[in-house]
Design a protein around this ligand. Sequence first.
Ligand code: PLP
Length: 385
Amino acid sequence: MANADQHIATKLIHAGEPSPRVGGAVVMPIFQSATFEYGGQAGYHDLTYIRLNNTPNHLALHQKLAALEHGEAALVTSSGMAAIATSLLTVLSSGDHFLAQDSLYGGTHDLITNDLASFGIEVDFIDADDPGSWKAKLRPATKAIYVETMTNPLLHVADLDAVAAFARAHGLVSLIDNTFASPLNFRPLERGFDLSLHSCTKYLNGHSDLVAGAVIGRSPLVAAITRRLNHLGGSLDPHACFLLHRGIKTLAVRLTYQNASALRLAEFLERHPAVKRVYYPGLASHPRHQRARSLFAGYGGVLSLELQGGVDAADRFIARTTLPIRAPSLGGIETLITRPATTSHAGLAPEVRLRLGIADRLIRLSVGIEATEDLLDDLGRALET
Ligand code: PLP
């Protein structure tokens, strides 16, 4: 069994595992049963039923995820967006207002500006690196503040300690999308955040073969989000629970390797004459490198770069690489390459992309677990003109 003092690599394997083991099985079996025998439960939300996210597969994951980030409780969801949407729709109601970082994952940005707005929930976007500017945006109806650990695709690292302190000082619920760091590289609750959200589709599962999300935090908040999710219906299927459970166990070995590999690639690319700029918080040249060092155990597997040429040069480079797969998403064991203006950020108007600093020629790499030397060779060859 795991205990709170153990290293995260140990907790990944042992936390939340059933005790005693089911039939002695070393691996948590899949409980493919929609409903379970009535055991005298007092209320509807306590019945055991897949949509209520409370079958043995869900409960084991909840305990494991809570242990990984030192949360009181956790909840798995059918996707990262289900975790984000349900959390926001729990802490905010019609007439409420909240603050959100100005360069969020595109899906979250759309949710906030289109869907939440249509429910009468208002937002002001903030520069999450400029704490002095936040107070002026507070209103009596302000209830929450929402940020990401590292932004996509430019890898900004906001003043996260200031966000948590600001939320405490003004009675706001602080929410952070911790997908890019995962519990291995950053544990937001230890720094004072109320809710940590994940797209488990990325590092937590790590194999690009499922969609899932998670919410980790204090028990009353997670319980309220669970109740809302019970009605919104974003439950995780037991088969996906099983795959996620399996994937989580190898997070430490995967991401430790990806942290190191991405740093070596970033350093190589930064030195290369054909490269104009590399965005990676692990580089000493990153404007918030010292902050990232103090917050994170590692800098993750995602880096972005701009070449000396324009979009054509970027597309030629991508076409010449042979190992990275041309695909959006991130956090898997295979290296992926994409030009965000054509994929993850294609939904933004060109002028908005430009305002956010996302040039059309920007290339994003999600570094997998291939041999670093092979990736260095491949990128090096692709950069030769
Ligand atoms: N948060 C971040 C930072 C993401 O990159 C993504 C997806 O790319 C999501 C949330 C949404 O996750 P999902 O696709 O699992 O719904």
